[in-house]
Design a protein around this ligand. Structure first.
Ligand SMILES: [Zn+2]
Length: 176
């Protein structure tokens, strides 16, 4: 069975900022009952540190949360990608997709260093790679909140979480 993970993440945070923000995000999510700690989560590297809390239904999703929905707050510099759903991002100017090989070169460079810019081969527009934004691409980020096999998240919740994460908020829809 495949897994679908939604990552809500923040570009532009330093590692230090991400650590501070992670603690604030955890305090907000658990303080409001949106997440609870998963009692069966023991090994730090395993996923599923949190479960949907008593107030998640109606605030995070509109669906009935009858299962054990797992979540994580990931504070590690990584490339978060759509995997099976991946398609190269469309130009923010004309919508033409970025060359796949070029995208992977730029993503690799981003993992090593600062966020690169990409120039559209069709219209010539240039933008930071993270502004070639869409949910089936990939971003390098220091902080992300992962929702594992949840029903559709509410737009207002995703917007609030993005605002609290700081930086430029982005969403990735991942399947693998
Ligand atoms: Zn273009």
């Amino acid at each position: 069975m495949s897994d679908t993970i939604v990552y809500v993440l923040a570009l532009d945070l330093s590692a230090d900022e991400a650590r501070v923000r992670r603690a604030e995000i955890e305090q907000w999510l658990t303080g409001e009952g949106l997440f609870v700690r998963n009692p069966s989560h023991v090994r730090p590297r395993d996923s599923g540190e949190f479960l949907a809390g008593p107030t998640a239904e109606g605030r995070i999703t509109d669906e009935w949360l009858n299962g054990r929905y797992e979540a994580d707050i990931l504070c590690t510099r990584d490339a978060y990608t759509a995997y099976e759903l991946f398609e190269p991002p469309p130009c923010p100017g004309c919508g033409s997709p970025l060359d796949l090989e070029r995208f992977h070169e730029l993503l690799h460079a981003w993992r090593q260093d600062a966020e690169p810019s990409a120039t559209c081969g069709d219209c010539g527009a240039g933008a930071l790679l993270g502004d070639w934004g869409w949910e089936f691409g990939a971003y390098v980020a220091e902080l992300a909140v992962a929702f594992e096999n949840w029903p559709e998240l509410r737009d207002d919740f995703v917007a609030e979480l993005g605002r609290r994460l700081g930086g430029r908020p982005r969403t990735i829809m991942c399947r693998y």
